[in-house]
Design a protein around this ligand. Sequence first.
Ligand SMILES: [Cu+2]
Length: 167
Amino acid sequence: MNLFRRAALPLACAALLPLLAACSQGSDTPDKSPETTGTHATAPGLTVSNARVVLAPVAGNPAAVYFDLSYSGASGVSLTEVEVEGAGMTMIHNYIESAGQMRMTMADSVPLTQGAPLAFAPGGLHVMAMDPAAGLKPGGTAKVTLTLSNGSKVSVAAPVRAAGEAR
Ligand SMILES: [Cu+2]
């Protein structure tokens, strides 16, 4: 992703969904440092890594969930749900470019393709978790469970970060 898009995306998101503060935070570069890597786990063909939950600046506002996926399983499988223990309803969001503008959209499911890693990251695919409980605190961990269209599930322990921390 080039610098222009990285800088522009949070603005577009903030304009569209002003209440979803998790979308409107800064445009810092995703953190790849090893100490922030989420617990690795595998389902048939699916590897989840670098999972993290980023809280909103205002307590109780939606949190954002990011992770990296790689897939080597059967074709025709998609990611259909991501649950966060201690939070309410979740939604998978993405950004699409429409008439030269980036818009945040709902993604009901995300197809998994062999050999095509997917990054859920700021400015792109992400999960929003409504109503995070007070028990989700920076420095803690949250159980994040991914469900695939074939019924398999994988859970990872994702570090919880404050709004201002590296995402
Ligand atoms: Cu969003």
